[in-house]
Design a protein. Structure first.
Length: 391
């Protein structure tokens, strides 16, 4: 840890040589073990924070300007504290990486009485579906509240970060990523009911399994992908079901048994989306049970089923990711594998027996290279703590 801290602080001081005292925060990325595209349909999801982070260093300045620089981007951003809400800045920021910390500053409702120099340093890959945007947004909000000594509940901070995505980045995302990132706990997944926002921790036995991500290298952007379309399709399906007499508030209020009737009501596209949502929600509770009783093979099967449903019914996969899941299923020691996150690119997540991790990474890299003529990035994830102050 200490060497990364030194690197991050050195990076900050190099860009802000006048800064004397800086506060340092770490905000993790997240994996999602199962429960995809149901966090905006009132479903229960099973994400976890991981040991890859965006580090946020911040120091005060006397010039009344908030600055954003990053070791991972050449473009820099700055905005005067007395001009924070200008429509021009919002429009300009919308297409830059610093839209997230900027949106966090605006929505935090903090009355800035001095400027701030922010620097970011990421060990989280961007566009890989492991929530770098939620990580930087949650992390910036956390840093602001900490600097200003303001108390905020984790849930309220998560909701503010979600609003940054909605209002500033134009992505109508659910609440899973933000809740996983702020509430993360080492070696535990978070079983989150996205309707009540209640959650409990599910221990993950890291001496038995590892979650390994393989990056397709196809960058996914939720803004440009069909993410918002999927959300609208679900909203349409919900309205149609309500009109047809279903007493429900969210699609996840329906049970798997309702699907026979639902098929007679909804047009094909809306039916397919609903079918994924309802069965995925069911799979999450099945998965939690299987994992609790150490039925790893049965739990893994549910991951394959989740993938099939995401690919065939929700239509958010791409041919390369389908192939990657297929390859994973042919490798010894793999319990299950599926597309992770919003889709249209990004990573697969595979549940691999600890003894087989090395074999898996070698074998999948080989298959990938043969097909794509490039070596994929592979991340062996440890499950870590949520956003926190380090120094
Ligand atoms: C993205 C969104 C989440 C969630 C997933 C799909 O990560 O930010 O809210 O909807 O996609 O499960």
């Amino acid at each position: 840890m200490s060497s990364i801290i030194d690197t991050v602080i050195a990076h900050h001081q190099e860009h802000y040589p006048q800064s004397t005292d800086c506060a340092l925060f770490a905000s993790p990325g997240r994996i999602n073990i199962i429960g995809e595209h149901i966090d905006y349909n009132g479903g229960t999801v099973l994400p976890a924070a991981i040991d890859k982070h965006i580090y946020i260093c911040v120091s005060r300045n006397d010039d009344g300007i908030i600055r954003f620089i990053s070791a991972n981007h050449t473009e820099t951003g700055e905005v005067a504290i007395n001009n924070l809400y200008s429509p021009q800045t919002m429009t300009h920021a919308a297409h830059t990486w610093w839209v997230y910390p900027y949106g966090a500053c605006v929505l935090s409702n903090i009355e800035f009485d001095y400027g701030l120099d922010f620097s970011f340093y990421s060990t989280l890959p961007v566009g890989a579906g492991i929530s770098s945007s939620a990580s930087i947004t949650v992390g910036t909000l956390y840093a602001l509240y900490s600097l200003y000594n303001k108390k905020i509940k984790n849930i309220d901070l998560a909701l503010q970060a979600q609003k940054v995505e909605w209002d500033f980045a134009g992505v109508n995302c659910g609440i899973m990523d933000q809740m996983a990132i702020i509430n993360g706990k080492k070696d535990n997944a978070i079983m989150l009911n996205t309707r009540s926002m209640d959650y409990s921790f599910i221990p993950v036995d890291t001496s038995a399994v590892r979650f390994v991500l393989v990056n397709s290298g196809v960058k996914h952007s939720l803004r440009e992908s069909g993410y918002n379309d999927r959300r609208q399709e679900c909203e349409r399906a919900l309205l149609m079901l309500k009109k047809a007499g279903f007493a429900i508030n969210e699609l996840c209020d329906c049970s798997v048994d309702d699907l026979i009737q639902i098929q007679t009501i909804l047009p094909q596209t809306e039916y397919k989306r609903t079918c994924h949502v309802i069965t995925e929600n069911h799979r999450v509770s099945q998965f939690a049970q299987e994992i609790q009783y150490y039925n790893l093979s049965k739990a893994g099967e549910l991951l394959y089923k989740s993938h099939e449903s995401l690919s065939v019914y929700y239509e958010v996969s791409i041919p390369l990711i389908d192939e990657m899941v297929e390859w994973a299923s042919s490798i010894d020691g793999v319990y299950g594998s599926r597309l992770m996150g919003g889709g249209f690119g990004g990573c697969t997540i595979s549940m691999v027996a600890l003894y087989a991790v090395e074999h898996f990474t070698g074998a999948i890299a080989q298959k990938f290279k043969k097909k794509e003529n490039r070596t994929p990035e592979i991340y062996e994830c440890s499950i870590g703590d949520g956003t926190r102050r380090i120094e």
